[in-house]
Design a protein around this ligand. Structure first.
Ligand SMILES: [Zn+2]
Length: 218
């Protein structure tokens, strides 16, 4: 294993950080057999030429879609920098591409996340904020929980004066099936500390994000 890790910071696909017991994880062969079952469920023939390699491709794609189970988000934030010359204003990482998977239909959730914090003496490398988003997004999710997990982890590990996470996303389980409402975006936010308690800080953040003026993705 370890031949292609989807992104830096992963611990390797054999390492499970989410607490899931490794001994009950099925083998790759069992996972591929399950894909063949779903192909037959869709009323197609898993041994016809075009589908022969599909179970292998699907299980490898799953390794990417669900790579977040192998990443420890807390460890990503442990290295911080204190030489900031007293910078104590909002740090905002805006428009982080978000690719997740809905836990009810296993359909894509595509959109963007905005992550902000108000530093208290120390800051973290900005790419680490994007990696925390990815660590939780690359799991089976609902958007509300995803939003809260990202914000709670940043608040607990960095201990900033405030933390804010806003996610805007399109859920393919409602654009391509079910109620079929393309163009519908779901917006969730979690504000902690100063972003929750101080209306002027929250207003400043929202004006920096300026949601709604950029074209939708997904
Ligand atoms: Zn869904």
């Amino acid at each position: 294993m370890g031949e292609h890790l989807p992104f830096q910071g992963m611990q390797g696909l054999d390492e499970i950080s989410s607490g899931f017991p490794a001994e009950i994880r099925p083998t790759r062969e069992e996972a591929e057999a399950a894909v063949r079952t779903l192909l037959r469920w869709a009323c197609d023939d898993p041994v016809r030429e075009g589908l022969l390699d599909t179970p292998g491709r699907v299980t490898r794609a799953y390794e990417e879609f669900f790579s977040g189970y192998h990443v420890d988000p807390v460890a990503l934030l442990e290295r911080t920098f204190e030489e900031t010359d007293g910078y104590d204003e909002i740090v905002l990482l805006r428009d982080i591409r978000l690719e997740s998977c809905c836990e009810h239909h296993m359909a894509p959730i595509l959109g963007r996340a905005h992550v902000a914090y108000l530093p208290d003496k120390r800051v973290v490398g900005i790419s680490k904020l994007a990696r925390v988003v990815e660590a939780y997004a690359k799991r089976l999710q609902i958007q509300e929980k995803l939003t809260a997990q990202i914000a709670n982890t940043i608040a607990e590990v960095l201990q900033p004066r405030g933390t804010a996470v806003i996610i805007e996303a399109v859920h393919h389980c409602m654009t391509t099936r079910g109620v079929h409402k393309p163009g519908t975006t779901m917006v969730t936010s979690r504000m902690l500390g100063a972003f929750r308690d101080d209306p002027s800080t929250r207003r400043e953040l929202l004006s920096m994000i300026n949601p709604g003026i950029r074209p939708h993705e997904g």
